[in-house]
Design a binder for this molecule. Structure first.
Ligand SMILES: [Zn+2]
Ligand SMILES: [Zn+2]
Length: 238
């Protein structure tokens, strides 16, 4: 049966008729690791997908949160982006697993998110005809890490086709700059294959939605290339 991808405990064998018939794949993580992930559910901010209960009342602006309200009130970013939906909250367990996944290059861990990632996709995006576009890494980062974690996540939605019209310039790390500076500076993304997105509704795939800056930078160049509605599906809402 193999071992849990997260804690490496041996997985209990639980073959059922479904497995024999090839109907279901057993999860590659154990029940307790799976239960320690906190799935996002209930009422959400209409745009960023944050759990509404986590948004302080003074930050409610109709059905969106303060951050989204700010994005929507700036001319540069108003109406640029339709909505983000994320699968998990960034709880302590996820922080550990995410570090393994992203920073230690443990690409196989993407499989641990398979079931939940697909479920969230099906819940919010299945009805639409969407072009899946992973957020790219710059060439240097890709070389360091060996894989693009967003491309792996997009691959979990197979057999849906994944397009890669976007590229990213290598640059200094963004995390220390404040939000306003980031959008006013040069956009790191550029589109090399506009025909992939022209006239299409795009679903961006990324690992984490924090401030929404990355997604909006990508959305901006995609819109310029002729994309219609742009949404995103991310593994984590931090
Ligand atoms: Zn485990
Ligand atoms: Zn929001």
């Amino acid at each position: 049966m193999g071992n849990c991808l997260v804690c490496h405990e041996e997985l209990a064998s639980s073959y059922g008729w479904g497995d024999l018939l090839g109907l279901s794949k057993s999860d590659p993580i154990c029940v307790s690791c799976d239960n320690a992930f906190q799935k996002i559910c209930g009422k959400l901010c209409r745009i960023c997908g944050r759990e509404w209960d986590e948004v302080p009342v003074e930050n409610h602006h109709g059905d969106i949160c303060f951050d989204c309200h700010r994005w929507e009130s700036e001319t540069e970013t108003a109406d640029l982006f339709k909505m983000n939906r994320s699968v998990f909250s960034y709880n302590e367990h996820m922080k550990e697993v995410f570090a393994l996944y992203k920073f230690r290059g443990d690409a196989i861990l993407a499989q641990a998110f398979h079931k939940h990632f697909r479920e969230t996709y099906e819940k919010y995006f299945k009805k639409e005809q969407l072009t899946l576009v992973p957020i790219p890494l710059g060439a240097e980062r890709l070389y360091e890490r060996g894989f693009n974690q967003s491309l792996l996540l997009a691959g979990l939605l197979a057999p849906l086709k994944v397009d890669e019209p976007l590229n990213k310039k290598d640059s200094v790390k963004q995390s220390k700059k404040v939000r306003r500076d980031r959008l006013q500076q040069e956009n790191f993304f550029y589109v090399t294959e506009p025909q992939m997105v022209s006239g299409e509704n795009v679903l961006l795939i990324d690992d984490i939605y924090t401030t929404g800056t990355t997604i909006r930078m990508a959305a901006k160049v995609l819109k310029k290339a002729g994309a219609r509605d742009i949404s995103s599906l991310t593994l984590i809402r931090s």
